[in-house]
Design a protein around this ligand. Structure first.
Ligand code: ADP
Length: 203
């Protein structure tokens, strides 16, 4: 019997470099499951989450094209914890089911990497993965990186950072932490490669 394929949960605060690390893991041969992409697809026109969201929040939560109105949802979910909980109660089980469906498409034995921005916050993921990898950097560096992206204001970036788990909590939940404070893509790639060797290649 060969060992079951390894399941890695990858997380990090916004702007930490998580997506960059995910791309590197994919290049190394991981089967990547992007839960952010799943969440987006579930809320596009015709998306599986829309009927339940409409029932919860009414037609006001839908944009003209029938997708979830993200700006409306952000304003409501961030303003009111009960709304956020209702949103998560709809989305998280659907994301979990779709993530498993995508993971099952991987070739037998391939390492599955679940890219989960709110892995630590949601609490559901720890038991579903064998290892948790955290990409870590100071909040000032997160902010700098997010502000380089189009469409972000300082206030919006700070609000998201404040809504996410603090660094220490995320780090405490990790089996491994990659320090990505330096703006040095080669160093991040090397750290991901070393981790892959340790957890996967030399297994
Ligand atoms: P996240 O997915 O955690 O929000 P990204 O991987 O998208 O973060 O990284 C945020 C931005 O910072 C991207 O533009 C990315 O290219 C850049 N970045 C991340 N890590 C590094 C690094 N080590 N060196 C240089 N730029 C980096």
């Amino acid at each position: 019997m060969t060992a079951a394929a390894l399941r890695i949960g990858l997380t990090g605060g916004i702007g930490s470099g998580k997506s960059t690390a995910a791309a590197r893991l994919q290049a190394l041969g991981a089967h990547l499951v992007d839960t952010d992409a799943i969440a987006r697809e579930l809320t596009l026109p015709g998306g599986a989450a829309l009927p339940a969201l409409r029932e919860c929040f009414g037609d006001a939560c839908l944009a003209a094209d029938g997708s979830l109105d993200r700006a409306w949802m952000r304003a409501h979910a961030f303003a009111e914890p009960a709304h956020r909980a209702a949103l998560e109660a709809v989305l998280h089980p659907l994301i979990g089911t779709e993530a498993e469906r995508r993971a099952a498409e991987a070739p037998a034995g391939a390492t599955r990497v679940f890219d989960v921005p709110l892995l630590v916050e949601s609490g559901r993921w720890r038991a579903r993965v064998d290892r948790v990898l955290v990409i870590d950097c100071p909040a000032e560096r997160q902010l700098e990186r997010v502000l380089r992206r189009a469409g972000w204001t300082r206030e919006a970036a700070l609000r998201v950072i404040a809504q996410q788990a603090p660094r220490e909590i995320r780090r405490a939940a990790a089996d491994a932490v990659i320090d990505n404070r330096d703006d040095d893509p080669a160093a991040l790639a090397a750290a991901v490669d070393a981790l892959w060797h340790h957890w996967v290649a030399a297994r």
